[in-house]
Write a protein that binds this ligand. Sequence first.
Ligand code: AHR
Length: 541
Amino acid sequence: MNFPRRMMFAVALACSATTPSHAQAFDAHITIEADRPGAVISPNIYGQFVEHLGRGVYEGIWVGPDSPIPNTRGIRNDVVAALRRVRIPLVRWPGGCFAELYHWRDAIGPREQRPRGVNTAWGDEVETNQFGTHEFMDFVEQIGAQPFISVNVASGSPAEAQAWLQYMTGPAASGPGQERAKNGHEAPWKIPFIGVGNETWGCGGNMTAEHYSDVYRQYVSVLKPYGTLIASDANSDDYAWTETLLTRALFRHPPDMPTTLAYIGKQAQIGMISVHFYTFAGNDWGKKSAAVGFKEEDWAAAMDRTWKTDDLISRHTAILDRHDPDGKVGIAFSEWGAWWATEQNRPSNLYQANTLRDAVIAGLTLNIFQNHAARVRMANLAQMVNVLQALILTDKEKMLLTPTYHVFDLYQGHQGGTLLPARVTAPDYALKAVKIPSVSASASRVNGVITVSLVNLDPRRAANLRLEVQGGHYSEARGRVITAESLDARPTFDGPDPLAPRAIDGVHVRDGVVSVVAPAKSILVLELRATALKSASAQPH
Ligand code: AHR
């Protein structure tokens, strides 16, 4: 976060965030265990997902070099600048289900000569192939991110995937490198992350876990030299998938290797397993909540569903812990976000409004990822622009930053920080069948500065928060908050943004205890600065 210098010693900061007082505030106590530092929070958990779907790529990113919308080599400048501001670390592309029908050769070479295909994954729309490998790599370079390429398993082959990786990464003197140079890029690219299929239990081939595990092993043998391999996802709580995958594809017992672990140590076949999990208002794909104009019941059901992310990660982690006790294999949460009822005029778009509810879901989910930093090493919001829970929405030449974008902005202080466990004592939020923790907290430290992200998901009651740092003494606190009066408050393309983060009014630090009010339905991010550390175990990161 960038605060003006005059705000550095914030005891009382300017604030105009509205705090609806529908019910009496509750007290919550948070202890940050600065003397028990954990894993480093990978910046890659703030990663994004981009698919050829609706206006996610075309218009959202790519407008073409001749467009009146300001662009650099066809990529819109406003979107690039916005993404750079929040330090997006990586982007997964080209899908999604689209990746499973994608043939990369259709989208290289002179753009006017590229064949036009049909996007049978999403509404049979014409795929112009104007945005291909070179355009994607240009885009990630412009935003300063890393590429995560998802290769085609359902309608592709190990040979096609291998040829793509050779084309992208081969030395300039090699055949594939010469072809790449002829198409405008002499220097080889680096592809640090490769996804082997997408939803191979569904659109990625309708495979059983057993069959996919064996197919995965075949892809490993040709893709291993190129980057970290990410195995296709378990569908949410399909723990049997993870169990089978790790049993069949992580372990091979070569006779000359004394132990399985020695083998893993030398050649990790699986860099990460992936998990996909979407938030609805409830647990039913078929009954989706409207993106706006919903009731508190829908709010509660969506928060309940979001909290399940925590249990989901714990249970996949428990399986990993058995198969990989040394913690070499990570979890890539390669699709997550809210999925609301789509606009009926063009359902294949998956375009949806983004409200305060989405911001709270984003804050809660990122807190959960951070708190599982030991295993969760990547996550990809579905999807970055104009699709599902996007960071950015566009309307031709106009662009808006969604409430979800603001959360990613506020959470930047956690990138690369050392996780500090945060214990929360607070009453539950309850409505009808829903009963869930009302407050979520996550803390990390970089260079002695502690970032604390706090979510009060109770839509009616403010929380009187008291924060203590165990093993450290902090005398300065400042922060920003996202909140609004209405559950579905949202920005428009032309008006002021009701959810733009604001400096928090009334952060008090007394005897090392920070007190602050978290308005109902809010996300707060605080920065704590120490004047003195108590013990050697609480050294800066
Ligand atoms: O993000 C939209 C779709 O959701 C993706 O294409 C697919 O992987 C998932 O089912």
